[in-house]
Design a protein around this ligand. Sequence first.
Ligand code: FMN
Length: 354
Amino acid sequence: MNDVWSPIKVGKLQLPHRLAMAPMTRSRAKPDGTPSDLAPEYYAQRATMGLLITEGTQPSDDGQGYLATPGIYTDAHVAGWHKVADAVHTAGGRLFVQLMHVGRISHPENTPHHRQAVAPSAIAPGVDMFTIKGMQAIPEPRELTTAEVRQTVADFAHAAARAVEAGADGVEIHGANGYLVHQFLAPNANQRSDEYGGSMENRARFAIEVARAIADAIGPEKTAIRVSPGFPAGGIAEGRDNDDLYRYLAAEFDKMGIAYLHVLHAGNDALLADIRKGFGGVLIVNRPGRKREQVGSDVAASLADMESLGAMALANPDLVARLKTGAPLNEVRPQLFYAGGAEGYIDYPAIGPE
Ligand SMILES: Cc1cc2nc3c(=O)[nH]c(=O)nc-3n(C[C@H](O)[C@H](O)[C@H](O)COP(=O)(O)O)c2cc1C
């Protein structure tokens, strides 16, 4: 039986155990997209997790959709992330920066440039989002030209290089939860007639090109991607029709030899098993709402090499010690997820030596 507390190699990193902190947006960045001055402490507090995957971080200004999310494309961003990476490494941890381009899940009132959002096609997601003026319907985005799609691939590679320059151990492409990469994958969000739309191979092309460009820039051992097959976030409707696309992606990522594939498991067990078979590298599985007693179950069952935990890691800086000793867990305070400031961010207590 595989043990979640046994070590594992991810790329060239040796991890002490198999639990990762899932990527979580915290909306505390400075107005220019530099991480908050509190971010080094927040991440360093959680450095006993086997791997820290950061909050979604935009690779370009078009990639932003939510308020106060960080970027990783300017010198100021790099300097800010350097403080985070240094704090995490000093605390003995390892960190991958999640590159999140939101595509159409954006509102002009949330971005410094106030431009119309960009997407594979000019199709509004049909959902609301939080804006500076409260909840509002997301407006129709503008369709990227083919040249702009290629530029966006290059933006991802540039951001990945800057993340490594800032001291990150690698990057995770956000290909899940209804954001730009997922929009390309899903037929109801992608109705393009160029080589990035239509057939399964064409809809997968953007994800593959982004992964390849990043692997070329920083090395496949520092490149990872997250997907969420069938997860209906942000107006995505994939159904089982897209299962073959995910099998195809798993095989393509396998060929590239990336560091890991991170699956947000929305419940399609047969597809997860096929992805496991098709991808020979490290597979991280996130099961939304996983309970303490279920931690380690996917690794034990050989369904995954690692598991990621979101809210539990957010609310327990010393989660590993608590899980190992049976100590109680802190209560999650969701009202402070995106509240800004120190409260609900760096003030979750760790258990003392007693
Ligand atoms: C506050 C918060 C912010 C999140 N932001 C992101 C994000 O930036 N990128 C991402 O891929 N997933 C994001 N997620 C999803 C988590 O990574 C994870 O899939 C989800 O919380 C389910 O796992 P859990 O039940 O262990 O928390 C977020 C979740 C939470 C709670």
